[in-house]
Design a binder for this molecule. Structure first.
Ligand SMILES: [Ca+2]
Ligand SMILES: [Ca+2]
Ligand SMILES: [Ca+2]
Ligand SMILES: [Ca+2]
Length: 387
C-alpha cells in the first residue's frame, strides 16, 4: 500500500479529542447544520463574498508548522451583518487522483467539516452561544471586504495522518518502494492526488436576507501529523536445523498510547490520552533486508557506514512468528516486541559460511512516516546451501 492511501484511509479523527475538542466539533456540526437546514432560504447573493483565501506555506500539522492551521481570507457583504463560516477539508480518500467536491453525482464529495480551533487567539470571529449551539460570527465589510483568519484544528480531523505533496511512490505493506515487474529500474507511483485542500464559504442567515457565498478553495498543501516510528533489533536466534533465524524486534511510536508496551490500556497510568476507552496502538511495519560482507571488511552499522551497500529483501518463513506488517507499537521508553522469522537458508544459499551477514530494518508507521534504519550483525549464522 502506498503512503498516500495509508494516510488517507485512516479512521478520520484519531481523536486526540478532549471535551474541548468535542465542543468544537459540535460547533462545526452546528455550522454545517445551519446551512443544511435552510437550503431553500439561501440565495447566492452576489454581495456576500469570500475572497483571497491564503494557502498556508510549507508543511502543516503537529510535526510541521503546527496542528492549528490558519487561513487568512476577506469577507465582503453589502449587508452589514455577521456571517457564519463553513469550512471543509478534503483529501483524495479513494486515491483516484481527484478530490471530489460533490458536483459530479457519480463521485461522492470527499470534503468534511473542518473543526475550528476556537481557542486560538488568531481566530477573528466572535463566538456566539445561542440555543445550546456555538457559532462563529465573522463581520464583513463592503467593497474589498474585511480581513479575517480562520484557524483549523487539523489534528482533530486528520489525527496523525501524513499527506505529502507531489508524486509519491507506491509501497508494499512492509514499506518497500514498488517497482515495475518488467522494468525493475522503474518506480511505481501512487495514483492518489497528494495534498490537503480546504474550502470556505460564508452563510448569512436571517429570513429574506439569507444568503450563501460561493465556495473558495485553497491550493493543495502538505500535512505531517506523525511522530517518526523507531525499530530496534533486540535479539537474534539461529535455528540452524530449520535454516531460519528468529529476529526479536521492538516497535516504538510516541503517537500510540501504550507507553509501557504491555499491549494493555493502563488507564490509571494515563495511557488513554484521547479518553475513548480504547488502546490506540500506532502500528509499525518493518522492511527487513540483508547483505553480506567479506570477513575482513567492515560491516555497516548505520546509514553512513552502509553507504552504497546493496541490500536484498529478507524472505520470511511464513507461518512462523508475528510478521512485520502493522504491528502495534509501544511508547518511547518501552517498545512492543515481535518476532520475525527470516528464512536465511533460502537467501544465503551458495554463500561461504565465513561471510558476515548484516540485517537492516526500515520502519514505517501506519500514517506513512518513515523512521531511522536499524542495523544488526546477524552472527553466528550457519548458512546451508540447501534445505
Ligand atoms: Ca478521490
Ligand atoms: Ca507515528
Ligand atoms: Ca500499556
Ligand atoms: Ca484511546
Amino acid at each position: 500500500m502506498s503512503p498516500q492511501p495509508r494516510a488517507l484511509t485512516r479512521r478520520a479523527p484519531q481523536a486526540r479529542s478532549t471535551s474541548r475538542a468535542a465542543a468544537v466539533l459540535a460547533a462545526t456540526l452546528c455550522l454545517a447544520a445551519v446551512s443544511a437546514a435552510q437550503p431553500a432560504a439561501h440565495r447566492r447573493a452576489g454581495s456576500l463574498t469570500v475572497s483571497e483565501l491564503v494557502t498556508p506555506e510549507g508543511v502543516q500539522g503537529a510535526q510541521g508548522a503546527g496542528a492549528h492551521v490558519a487561513f487568512a481570507f476577506r469577507l465582503a457583504d453589502r449587508v452589514q451583518r455577521g456571517s457564519q463560516l463553513e469550512v471543509e477539508y478534503a483529501v483524495d480518500r479513494n486515491a483516484d487522483g481527484v478530490i471530489a467536491d460533490g458536483s459530479d453525482p457519480h463521485l461522492p464529495s470527499e470534503y468534511a467539516p473542518a473543526t475550528p480551533a476556537l481557542d486560538d487567539p488568531r481566530m477573528t470571529c466572535r463566538v456566539a452561544f445561542a440555543r445550546g449551539r456555538t457559532r462563529m460570527v465573522f463581520r464583513p465589510a463592503t467593497r474589498d471586504g474585511a480581513a479575517h483568519v480562520f484557524v483549523w484544528d487539523e489534528r482533530a480531523d486528520l489525527g496523525d495522518a501524513v499527506v505529502p505533496l507531489g508524486p509519491q511512490p507506491a509501497l508494499s505493506p512492509e514499506g518497500r518502494v514498488l517497482r515495475n515487474a518488467l522494468h525493475p529500474q522503474e518506480v511505481v507511483y501512487s495514483k492518489a492526488l497528494s495534498g490537503v485542500r480546504v474550502r470556505v464559504r460564508a452563510v448569512r442567515s436571517g429570513g429574506q436576507r439569507a444568503a450563501r457565498s460561493r465556495w473558495v478553495e485553497s491550493e493543495l498543501f502538505a500535512v505531517d501529523g506523525s511522530i517518526a516510528p523507531e525499530v530496534r533489533i533486540e535479539d537474534l536466534a539461529d535455528h540452524a536445523a530449520l535454516g531460519v533465524m528468529s529476529v526479536t524486534w521492538a516497535a516504538f511510536d510516541a503517537d500510540g498510547e501504550d507507553a509501557d508496551g504491555n499491549g494493555l490500556l493502563d488507564v490509571a497510568a494515563g495511557e488513554d490520552r484521547d479518553g475513548d476507552g480504547r488502546l490506540d496502538t500506532a502500528p509499525v511495519s518493518v522492511a527487513f533486508d540483508w547483505t553480506v560482507v567479506a570477513p575482513d571488511a567492515e560491516a555497516p552499522t548505520d546509514d553512513d557506514s552502509a553507504g552504497a551497500t546493496l541490500w536484498w529483501p529478507c524472505r520470511e518463513r511464513l507461518g512462523y512468528g508475528d510478521g512485520a506488517v502493522l504491528r502495534p507499537s509501544g511508547g518511547v521508553d518501552a517498545g512492543r516486541r515481535w518476532i520475525y522469522v527470516w528464512d536465511y537458508a533460502r537467501d544465503l544459499a551458495g554463500y561461504r559460511d565465513d561471510v558476515v551477514v548484516v540485517l537492516r530494518a526500515r520502519p514505517l508507521d501506519r500514517a506513512g512516516k518513515r523512521g531511522p534504519n536499524a542495523y544488526s550483525i546477524a552472527q553466528p549464522l550457519t548458512p546451508t546451501p540447501t534445505r
